[in-house]
Design a binder for this molecule. Sequence first.
Ligand SMILES: NC(=O)c1ccc[n+]([C@@H]2O[C@H](COP(=O)([O-])OP(=O)(O)OC[C@H]3O[C@@H](n4cnc5c(N)ncnc54)[C@H](O)[C@@H]3O)[C@@H](O)[C@H]2O)c1
Ligand SMILES: [Zn+2]
Ligand SMILES: [Zn+2]
Length: 345
Amino acid sequence: MKAGVYHGPGMVVLDDRPVPEISAPTDAIVKILKTTICGTDLHILKGDVPTCAPGRILGHEGVGIVERIGSGVTAFHQGDHVIISCISACGKCEYCRRGMYSHCITGGWILGNEIDGTQAEYVRIPHADTSLYLIPKGADEEALVMLSDILPTGFECGVLNGKVEPGSTVAIVGAGPIGLAALLTAQFYSPAEIIMIDLDENRLQVAKRFGATTTVNAAHGKAAETVMKLTGGRGVDTAIEAVGVPATFITCENIVAPGGTIANIGVHGVKVDLHLERLWSRNITITTRLVDTVTTPMLLKTVQSQRIDPKRLITHRFKLDNIVEAYDIFGRASSTQALKVIIEP
Ligand SMILES: NC(=O)c1ccc[n+]([C@@H]2O[C@H](COP(=O)([O-])OP(=O)(O)OC[C@H]3O[C@@H](n4cnc5c(N)ncnc54)[C@H](O)[C@@H]3O)[C@@H](O)[C@H]2O)c1
Ligand SMILES: [Zn+2]
Ligand SMILES: [Zn+2]
């Protein structure tokens, strides 16, 4: 089969690889219908993710059809249409029993990282019963690709951890797919203000269309100053970091209001300064999280009932044969205006 394979920093290659086989009774083999590329795949290409070795098929998002199941799989059958979660979960270990699937001792974020992923014609899904979600009949499967990772990530790591409340003030630093997913799902709670911050004017325009009340271009290096002015010197109740570089986390430190929360989403490759000399007295909370995907069934209902429309994030479509081009377009988002790219075998 064809697959997008990581060949070391900066290199993705379309390779020919064997179709995966069932290796444990709890496995399923899923035929991929649609997959996509994540900002985290770009972190892998930058060399920020040491657990992902060269030779790995990339990708941790997608929808597909169950092709084969192991003898221990009971919740899914051949022919079922499914959403593949970016997090594999056994459902039985101590972390899974606490709903912290991201830290499952035999799962977590392994797909397209420690085991072969979804940017291929087929993928092996371990712990299939608790890592796949059945797609309701008639659903728009392209929109549901956004449920593998970005919607639960923006919602769980940003909105829930950030304790977004009715009437509150929110800033989201980073208007990539993850920041925009946080923007869409923050609106479940009717905050009074949602300020989006990015360097990319196109993404800020998209953010406006998606419901941001104000946008701030950080290119001049004065994002924090601008947010403080916009909030009358008070700062924001929730500062969501959706980039993963020191400058943007520090922006969050500079704009969080007394009693507020900094909710980090970004994957960080280097250390960041924590300014406790300023923050110690401000009653703030800092949260970090690897997405658990516990909210996937809930988010699926909000997409089904058209409370949110994640399909608006899709900007480009490619054949798997052209995956190298898809990475190039996605990786140059500021000139190509790419958000989510759909890849189909
Ligand atoms: N915690 C988790 O479980 C989890 C899951 C998925 C993704 N992530 C991470 O979330 C982050 C965002 O993902 P994405 O797919 O949206 O990435 P992305 O690269 O598409 O978007 C990042 C955005 O940040 C903007 N940006 C860069 N530097 C900036 C600066 N100095 N000031 C303001 N904006 C700046 C870019 O213009 C871009 O729009 C990544 O670090 C990704 O790895 C985390
Ligand atoms: Zn991802
Ligand atoms: Zn587990």
